[in-house]
Design a protein around this ligand. Structure first.
Ligand SMILES: N[C@@H](CCC(=O)N[C@@H](CS)C(=O)NCC(=O)O)C(=O)O
Length: 482
């Protein structure tokens, strides 16, 4: 996407903030957000229905980032789809500029604002991300940024993936809720958007005061509440990673860099290196959003639309050593006990069909990017879950080979030979998972299983059955080598 966008005047920028600026103090005040109903079973609640909602995010935005990380960690992308706005808004707000024809493929709108107006025809505020839209009506129904992650954890629990992490454990809820106002103080916008020196200085002081407190807290604990990642860490992470990439440079919170705080720096990297976090923390997009958005450029005086060259993000992947602070160094999450026994063959076949084969088929039919990502992630989750289970047992339901193993064996082969290539499900080969590899080798020695599938023939058919436009020269890939 081109970064050359019209430079908007500061007056236009101020106008878009009209509901947030207190004209007397020059400070940005909290707005009341219009769409803040709960999800639940009550008559006033938004129904907790699968396939009914679409979470709209914008990768630059910290609140969007935390909503999507939470959704992903819980495997809720199976029932709630994700739509993505481009990182540069125009005067009418967020645009689906990454999609074909710049139209969201599900809501069929160009501006997110149109979904806000469907939600409230009188709506005159700024349409913000994240926003959850009801696909049926096309209307935004929820946009409370600090609450969306919590709603996904609590109201949507019945749809969490198997063995989803417990991000808001009962025993910690009070502590987590108590820490939220502290995390809210990690607010670089107070400086970045300040309109006079006094409020800039006030914001600066309060920013580094809270960072000092958190630095100290994280010298004793791996994560904010101890050994495991919780909701609080998601809230803090999205603010710290932006401090590293942007706020220090362009918002003027420059007493220290994130790297100058050993604990906060290690902590941010520890989280960044966690699945669920890194896929949806798009570093380049974050950088471009803050530095090149017309309204930010106007405010920050980036007249020429230049982009800072740093920071060096390769450092984000270096080992952190923070596991030493944990009583459970190998585990970053605490899991709810799902109570699934997995010893019933029919139940196991149902599980494979629903959680593995169905997502694969949906991925194969995807016609737009966020849809492919969604089903690929679900397949990935299931393979990881199966890998975990196979660490404790020889076959799916125990020591005996069953129909379920036959189905899984065939699906794994097809994944590696066919779906990986034709459906672009290329996050891993099944043999990259240690326990699955052992399991496949084991089954390779069982004639009844091996003879149940001729994978070369299946592959040939899959390539040849593609419509002409998907395989214009009727080629069949020759690999992979067995
Ligand atoms: N609705 C949100 C606000 C979230 C928010 O401020 N999002 C920003 C992006 S990080 C936004 O969409 N701003 C609208 C704009 O810049 O036009 C809340 O509940 O706090």
């Amino acid at each position: 996407m081109s970064n050359i966008v019209p430079f908007q005047s500061i007056a236009l920028f101020e106008n878009t903030f009209r509901h947030q600026i207190n004209k007397d103090s020059g400070k940005i005040e909290d707005r009341k957000f219009v769409f803040d109903k709960h999800f639940g079973d009550g008559p006033e609640d938004l129904p907790v229905d699968p396939d009914r909602y679409r979470l709209i995010w914008m990768p630059g935005c910290p609140h969007s980032n935390k909503a999507v990380i939470t959704l992903r960690l819980l495997g809720l992308d199976k029932v709630i789809s994700i739509g993505e706005c481009g990182i540069l808004r125009d005067p009418r707000g967020w645009v689906f500029s990454e999609d074909l024809g710049e139209v969201d493929p599900v809501l069929k709108i160009h501006y997110l604002d149109d979904a806000y107006i469907k939600g409230d025809p009188e709506f005159t505020g700024r349409s913000t991300v994240p926003a959850i839209a009801d696909i049926k009506s096309g209307a935004v129904v929820q946009n409370e940024a600090w609450e969306i992650p919590k709603y996904l954890i609590t109201d949507w629990e019945r749809f969490h993936k198997e063995n989803a992490p417990d991000l808001y454990p009962n025993a910690l809820q009070e502590e987590i809720d108590g820490l939220t106002p502290v995390i809210k103080l990690v607010n670089a916008y107070a400086c970045g958007f300040a309109r006079n020196q006094e409020s800039f200085d006030e914001g600066y002081k309060s920013y580094f005061k809270v960072l000092d407190q958190l630095e100290e807290r994280l010298s004793r604990k791996r994560f904010l509440h101890g050994d495991f990642i919780t909701l609080s860490d998601i809230h803090l992470f999205v603010a710290l990673i932006r401090f590293h990439i942007n706020y220090h440079l362009v918002f003027g919170v420059n007493k220290k860099r994130l790297e100058d705080y050993p604990n906060l720096w290690g902590y941010t990297r520890d989280l960044y290196q966690t699945e669920g976090f890194y896929e949806y923390t798009k570093l380049e997009k974050i950088k471009e959003h803050y530095q090149l958005s017309p309204h930010m450029r106007a405010k920050l005086g980036n007249v020429y639309g230049l982009l800072g060259v740093g920071p060096d993000n390769s450092k984000l992947l270096a080992p952190t050593g923070r596991e030493k602070l944990s009583g459970n160094p190998k585990q970053k999450f605490v899991y709810k006990n799902s109570g699934n026994k997995h010893d019933d063959v029919n139940e196991e076949i149902r599980y494979l069909k629903e959680e593995l084969i169905n997502p694969i088929e949906k991925a194969g039919k995807a016609t737009f990017q966020t849809d492919l990502e969604r089903w690929a992630h679900i397949e990935e989750d299931t393979l990881k879950e199966i890998d975990k289970r196979l660490s404790g047992r020889r076959f799916l339901t125990g020591n005996e080979v069953t129909e379920a193993d036959r189905l899984l064996y065939q699906t794994l082969l097809k994944h590696d030979y066919i779906y990986y290539y034709l459906y672009k499900l290329n996050f891993a080969k099944t043999y990259d998972y240690e326990n699955i590899r052992r399991y496949e080798k084991d089954l390779d020695g069982i004639e009844a299983i091996v003879s149940s599938i001729d994978i070369e023939k299946e592959k040939e058919e899959a390539f040849n059955n593609l419509p002409d436009e998907r395989n214009p020269y009727h080629l069949v890939f020759r690999g992979p080598e067995k």
